[in-house]
Ligand binder design. Structure first.
Ligand code: FAQ
Length: 336
């Protein structure tokens, strides 16, 4: 339902013209030429099955991350410390919902229905970002999510604005603009707390300690252990590797932490003049895979909340469909 899918079967775009379809080899050459010229592939263009599947995988996971990502901060809407902070947080969480919807629409253009994607999420088959399986224990967590989680998301998403698949690339432009607002509101909330009482400062430092390493893991496994990277980069879906994005994030965040007055919880973090980058300590990849495989502190709770929201919303979907049917019937009667 509500699908914008073209219902393109897995094998490719249906041929509507009376002329014979070009052979797969010709289509592959055309596809490769567009990719090599850094052009865009559009929904009705022929594309290899594996390219389509990779995009559906990445875009749907991304959409699920935005939707599940509403939950950790959503927990604080009713407890925001002022009306101003509450209004900002409501707007931010709504934006994340909007990002999920643009992304589901982009994935639908590849022939996958929204119902299929929701089913994968609700049955626990689909992945979403590891970061949203951690709890938000204090108000400072909301600021740190804006600063660090949205900060990491932007670092990863800016290159996706140049992704070879047109609908995904175009969706990412608006998403990145909104994520930039999110990052700044989080940083500004933390700056305010860091000018407050010793308890407020300690709360910020504690939140940074808990989220820092999880944010570094958000970029995905090291390049050497990333099965999808080489092909994703060949196809112009990924433009910068997991490790390079992680490094860019660390380099950008260290000076921001200094201005804020917090310590990043890594004794090995130091400037390496020879490399022109910061060195940093080892990430706990065992913990990352535990979380990705469903065993993080909040995996079960997050999924249960999503399924409950889906079930509670059934009457809205039914009412919308009944309304659409009535309108269609009326149009048919008027036309008759
Ligand atoms: N969590 O071979 P790679 C946000 C999986 S949006 C869980 O390197 P790839 C906004 C990966 O899927 C955050 N799983 O894979 C917001 C693959 O499994 P598969 C989400 C992860 O695709 C802010 C396997 O590991 N952003 O935060 C993670 O080439 C605040 C091997 O990995 C996006 O989704 C992870 N962190 O690179 C909302 C951006 N990392 O599918 C609310 C788009 C890896 O083979 C509040 N996605 N895996 O079974 C991407 O850029 C890429 O998909 C990567 C992974 C970089 C995430």
């Amino acid at each position: 339902m509500y699908t914008q899918s073209f219902n393109v079967p897995d094998g490719g775009t249906p041929t509507l013209q009376a002329v014979p379809a070009p052979a797969d080899a010709d289509l592959q050459v055309r596809f490769d030429t567009v990719i090599d010229a850094d052009g865009k592939i559009e929904p009705r263009d022929w594309m290899p099955d594996a390219y389509r599947k990779t995009l559906v995988r990445q875009i749907s996971q991304h959409a699920h991350s935005e939707i599940v990502g509403m939950l950790p901060e959503g927990n604080w809407i009713s407890r925001a410390p002022s009306l101003k902070r509450k209004a900002i947080l409501v707007a931010k969480v709504q934006d994340e919902g909007g990002h999920g919807l643009y992304l589901y629409s982009a994935a639908e253009t590849l022939g996958t229905s929204r119902d299929q994607m929701f089913d994968a999420l609700h049955s626990g088959r689909a992945k979403y970002s590891s970061i949203f399986n951690y709890p938000t224990l204090t108000w400072a967590d909301v600021g740190v999510i804006g600063w660090l989680v949205d900060g990491a998301a932007i670092m990863n998403q800016i290159p996706l604005c140049r992704c070879s698949y047109g609908p995904y690339a175009r969706a990412m432009i608006r998403v990145c603009k909104e994520e930039s607002f999110h990052q700044r509101q989080g940083y500004e909330a933390l700056l305010t707390m860091m000018q407050g009482t010793p308890e407020q400062k300690a709360m910020v430092q504690d939140a940074v300690n808990r989220w820092w390493w999880k944010c570094l893991a958000m970029f995905g496994p090291p390049d050497a252990d990333s099965p999808n990277s080489v092909q994703g980069m060949r196809w112009g879906i990924k433009r910068i590797s997991n490790d390079d994005l992680r490094q860019k994030f660390v380099d950008a965040t260290v000076p921001q932490a200094e201005v804020l007055g917090v310590t990043l919880p890594d004794p090995d973090l130091k400037w390496n003049a020879e490399r022109g980058h910061h060195d940093f300590g080892a990430i706990d990849w065992d913990e990352f895979w535990q979380v990705v495989n469903g065993n993080g502190p909040c995996n079960q709770e997050r999924l249960a909340t999503r399924v409950k929201a889906w079930e509670n919303g059934a009457w809205v979907r039914e009412a919308a469909l009944a309304h659409a049917r009535k309108q269609q019937d009326r149009q048919h009667q008027e036309a008759a």
